[in-house]
Design a protein around this ligand. Sequence first.
Ligand SMILES: C[S@@+](CC[C@H](N)C(=O)[O-])C[C@H]1O[C@@H](n2cnc3c(N)ncnc32)[C@H](O)[C@@H]1O
Length: 242
Amino acid sequence: MVLLRGALCALGGEVVVLLRGALCALGGEIVVLLRGALCALGGEIVVLLRGALLVLIAGIGLVVLTAGWLLWNLSLDVLWQPTDRRTARRMLFLAGLRNGETVVDLGCGDGRFVVLAAREFGARSVGVEIDPFRVLLGRLWILARGLGARARIIRGDMYRADVSQADVVVLFLSPTANLKLQERLKKEMKRGSRVVSYYHPIWGWTPDEVGEGAHGDPLYLYRIGGDADGSLPWRVGPSTGL
Ligand SMILES: C[S@@+](CC[C@H](N)C(=O)[O-])C[C@H]1O[C@@H](n2cnc3c(N)ncnc32)[C@H](O)[C@@H]1O
């Protein structure tokens, strides 16, 4: 009996020692596993946070850039408002734009006049635009239409643009812009060349003709003759042989 008890005690002690050892080993493994999992998770979280931060910075950059662009646009004398295609066509017809003539659109936006004049009227066309985004749009449009040989867009200030070679100058601007431009147009444009302005007249000049846009808005045609009001005292057309 005494021997049996002794044996059981010794066995019990061994089992306890074994179990303790096993539990310790298991605990250690679990701790190592948990640590590994936490590290991996931590790494993922850091990568995710970095990505989110980059997206946030890019987003803020985009918002700041867009806001700056909008504010800069508001500082211009004229905001972008494209002319509809039918009105644009009527303006070029009113101006009597002929094959091979040069047309300059001051403040050309996305270049729709430039493309139209080159494509449908066979003109050499130049657009002047200050906004780089619209310049890019216009250039892509010209490229897409394969009109690179006779249409181009210059990025620049229309108040400094060269109009001395223009047979037709197109304006869809504002009263202020027309006022600022009129002196240069009168001085630099060739005799017999034409200015066609959508919606806004040129103050102090008498239009030679007034047409109508597709939505009933006025189209003003002026023929340059170097006289006091900028228009010719006579008409350019079949009756005058010009
Ligand atoms: C009303 S939009 C007319 C666009 C185009 N001519 C049309 O009819 O579709 C006027 C354009 O003039 C441009 N503009 C304003 N100030 C300018 C400047 N100083 N030099 C060049 N372009 C200018 C604007 O960016 C805008 O695209």
